[in-house]
Write a protein that binds this ligand. Structure first.
Ligand code: SF4
Length: 434
């Protein structure tokens, strides 16, 4: 048997809060590898919550660090989120030497965390090959190959081509189980305060600023029965909070989410459900809103991004104002209020003026929902990325650090730091009122 170590590295950023986060891509890799002649070890540098908040959320520990030189004009405190380096070393040393290490890179501008994990493993075990996979190397493969220090940069969704590539690193895997072990049964989180559910892969939409269609080819949904089994198992471990991380949870509502919620109600799991990824308001009808209430939803985020009808159309048409209004009406009727319903509003989209964002804020205030501002971050391969390259705003070889959502609107849009602060303060103040 081989021994593989999987690592979810630190986040390097200005801000990071744990909203039921789990490295789902890395867990999917573990699930895939579980069918081969490998023993798996796991280190999640982000599994520490310092100040727990309700529903299993919380703040990550932060080590303040100087920002990279070219980011220093931003007056925000940069840092590394997650466990201390000492704790990481302790966890590494508790393990037998692995035959191979897998490191994930999630957000493109968090890559320093992945690089650090690779470097520390290489120092301890110089001859052990390291594979870097995930969203960052899938979107910036050249950058990852050039600078990460990994022996193999793996792009895209995990599949059997990984086995061939591992052979070149001297690891010859053989199938020893008929089926992979589902990631939630691998026991990587012995005392989890929440569970995550990915009931589908991919998204049928192609929004101009989103990389979902690049990262996931096609759209697949699990059966409601399989998801129920997943929830039941985790409920038996004592988990009460579950977060859905689907890109299109409500799509095919009659055969997917509705039967699933009916199953949850019938099973009387007594759980709380959260949808931190924006839901498609278009598919939220009266029956679905009632089922969501009865099944235990307490966190509902809807995607709107902008109220400008022209921009809604040109960015992909995933939702229009009337559809959002209708969905909120159904949710209100089912018993959800401002405390539970939040709507995402984006700023920093190519060509978007701050005035448009303020219009969106006023519009959402009128609907009496929480407002969640989301900063645009350019992702290679998307329509928005190409538009910015054509305009000369971006260069192909941009350092992914500069695509950080906190920075991008400040460095590449006409917004001033003070204006953004005023906007954010106004939204926070509104959100605080009941
Ligand atoms: S609907 Fe959401 S996940 Fe799908 S492409 Fe648009 S932004 Fe991405």
């Amino acid at each position: 048997m081989y021994h593989a170590l999987l690592i979810n590295p630190w986040i390097y950023d200005y801000a990071a809060v744990n909203m039921w986060a789990r490295p789902l891509g890395l867990l999917k890799v573990a699930e895939f590898l579980s069918q081969f002649n490998l023993n798996l070890s796991y280190i999640d540098c982000m599994d520490r919550i310092e100040k727990p908040k309700p529903y299993g959320m919380g703040k990550y520990p932060k080590t303040f660090l100087p920002a990279p030189e070219f980011l220093q004009k931003i007056k925000r405190r940069y840092g590394r989120y997650g466990i201390s380096l000492e704790e990481f070393h302790r966890r590494l040393k508790r393990l037998d030497k692995p035959d191979i290490v897998f490191v994930t890179g999630i957000m493109t501008y968090w890559y320093p965390g992945a690089f650090l994990a690779i470097d520390l493993c290489k120092r301890l075990w110089p001859t052990v090959p390291v594979v870097l996979g995930g969203i960052y190397p899938s979107l910036f493969p050249e950058h990852a190959r050039r600078f990460s220090g990994a022996d193999l940069v793996y792009s895209g969704r995990v599949g059997y081509n990984l086995i061939d590539q591992l052979k070149e690193l001297g690891i010859s895997l053989k199938k020893v189980k008929e089926k992979p072990v589902p990631y939630y049964r691998l026991n990587f989180y012995p005392e989890p305060s929440y569970g995550v559910i990915l009931s589908s892969e991919g998204c049928p939409f192609r929004c101009s600023y989103c990389a979902s269609g690049i990262l996931w080819k096609g759209f697949r949904q699990k059966s409601p029965e399989d998801i129920l089994e997943e929830i039941e198992f985790q409920v038996s471990m004592g988990i009460r909070d579950f977060a859905f991380y689907d890109d299109a949870l409500l799509y095919n509502r009659e055969t997917h989410i509705k039967p699933l919620l009916k199953g949850i109600i019938e099973a009387e799991f007594n759980i709380r459900l959260h949808a931190p990824n924006g839901l498609h308001a278009r598919y939220l009808d009266e029956e679905l809103a009632l089922l969501m209430k009865r099944a235990g939803f307490v966190t509902i985020r809807l995607s709107l991004e902008t109220t400008n009808p022209e921009r809604q159309k040109s960015t992909g048409g995933k939702v229009f104002n009337q559809e959002l209004e209708r969905a909120i009406k159904h949710l209100n009727k089912a018993g959800f209020g401002k405390k539970e319903i939040g709507v995402y509003l984006m700023y920093g989209l190519p060509g978007q003026e701050l005035r448009e964002v303020y219009q969106g804020v006023e519009y959402l205030k009128g609907l009496n929902v929480r407002i969640h501002l989301a900063e645009f971050s350019p992702l290679p391969g998307t329509h928005a990325w190409h538009e910015l390259i054509e305009k000369g705003t971006l260069q192909h070889d941009i350092d992914p650090l500069l695509t950080n959502n906190t920075l991008f609107s400040l460095l590449f849009c006409s917004y001033k730091e003070e204006e953004i602060r005023t906007l954010k303060n106004a939204v926070s103040e509104y959100n605080r009122t009941s």
